[in-house]
Design a protein around this ligand. Structure first.
Ligand code: PHE
Length: 388
């Protein structure tokens, strides 16, 4: 599904009209992206469905970045045209969309996704076609292991699992932890594994491991089994829809110990789903809008102005950063040719992002700080920053 025309699209079209007028007379560059026309970038996102909160936040951040870039004159003197398509949070859709971006739209690069599982679906298509793909926020290591055309602008789960293990031991004073993970999400399976390894290495014990599949609604059997072994804390490396229900049902069953998760918890919907049950829960994520950094504050202000006062979350920040990193690479490449853009992406060094300075390493990953968030009185609250 194509997104309906929005006010940004009108601004963007005005931008193209201007750029086309300015560039009239220039020779097309013959790079397959329309010469003097807009530089096409495809974005696949979960705009609807169970992870709609992810797709919308990430898309809003990306769209804001592209709008700012185009207002400032575009890249290589051309505007960027962001083509966004919704995969409905469904398995299989991302492959179809990305294939269309490549053959029908002849995009210079692809942005997406938030959920690692869907980035893992699209990555082989981009790799095979040699079109650079930049995931804003997929943290499973396998995403970029797909090949040399696949990048991400966020940290990876061996880091996130390690810092959560340390947090559980140090701050929650937990020695015995239960894990409840989502077998249908590669993100969840991976994060559970990295956490467990690190927690054991630090002297902790994983006393029970229970599983569910995404879209499950009843977690009482797993939680009853967990309650029976009296862990000091419960780790739920899943996405917000299920995590919210897990927390609610755990509290209903009289489980009062801390429950914690990773970045998959981050969505305002978590609070709508679980409300006051979220007291004594924690999760790690990529950024906090409360950070004093002027770059963060300028971003928060611009985002709020564009999106009716909404505060940007981590997906929005990373969506924004992914577009800026890509635009910078195209500019440095001096070309929209995918191979040149790839090489320029690989050379990204100390690029100033909202989520911290971004350097893409030899594995095409970024190394960045994480933050821990808790929920107090129905609001997300920053706890601490953890540096790599
Ligand atoms: N890191 C998650 C994944 O790989 C996605 C995510 C990123 C969710 C940022 C929330 C915030 O699937």
């Amino acid at each position: 599904m194509k997104l309906p025309a929005s006010p940004d699209r009108r601004v963007f079209l005005a931008g193209i009209a201007l750029a086309t007028a300015l560039l009239a007379g220039c020779k097309p560059s013959g790079d397959g992206s329309g010469g003097a026309g807009p530089i096409k970038v495809g974005e696949f996102a979960s705009i609807t469905g169970s992870e709609a909160a992810f797709g919308n936040s990430s898309h809003n951040g990306t769209a804001l970045a592209i709008e700012e870039i185009n207002k400032a004159g575009g890249v290589l003197g051309r505007p960027i045209e962001l083509i966004t398509e919704d995969n409905q949070s469904k398995q299989g859709e991302s492959v179809t969309i990305v294939k269309k971006f490549i053959s029908r739209d002849q995009v210079s690069a692809v942005l997406g996704e938030v959920a690692s599982g869907r980035s893992l679906e699209a990555a082989p298509v981009c790799q095979e076609a040699k079109i650079p793909m930049v995931s804003p926020s997929s943290t499973n290591p396998k995403v970029t292991e797909t090949g040399d055309y696949v990048f991400r602008v966020c940290f990876i789960d061996p880091f996130q699992g390690g810092l959560l293990a340390d947090f559980a031991k140090r701050t929650l004073k937990a020695r015995k932890v239960a894990i409840l993970s989502d077998v249908s999400a590669p993100y969840s399976v991976g994060l559970a594994e990295f956490f467990e390894k690190a927690f054991r290495a630090g002297g902790g014990e994983v006393v029970i491991e229970q599983r569910y599949a995404s879209k499950d609604k009843d977690f009482r059997a797993q939680l009853t089994a967990i309650k029976a072994v009296s862990p000091d804390a419960i780790f739920v490396p899943g996405y917000y829809t299920e995590a919210g229900l897990v927390v609610t049902q755990a509290r209903q069953l009289g489980i009062t110990v801390p429950i914690f998760g990773g970045d998959g918890w981050e969505a305002p919907e978590l609070i709508q789903i679980a409300g006051s049950a979220l007291e004594n829960t924690y999760y790690s994520t990529h950024y906090s809008p409360e950070a004093a950094d002027p770059k963060v504050q300028a971003f928060v202000k611009a985002y709020q102005a564009k999106y009716g006062g909404q505060t940007p979350d981590a997906m929005a920040a990373l969506g924004y950063d992914s577009a800026l990193v890509l635009a910078d690479a195209i500019q440095r490449a001096g070309s929209t040719e995918p191979a040149k853009v790839r090489d320029a992406l690989a050379a990204t060094k100390d690029f100033p992002c909202v989520t911290g300075k971004t350097t893409l390493d030899a594995q095409r990953n970024a190394t960045k700080s994480a933050v821990i968030i808790t929920v107090k009185d129905g609001k997300f609250k920053y706890v601490e920053t953890i540096n790599p």
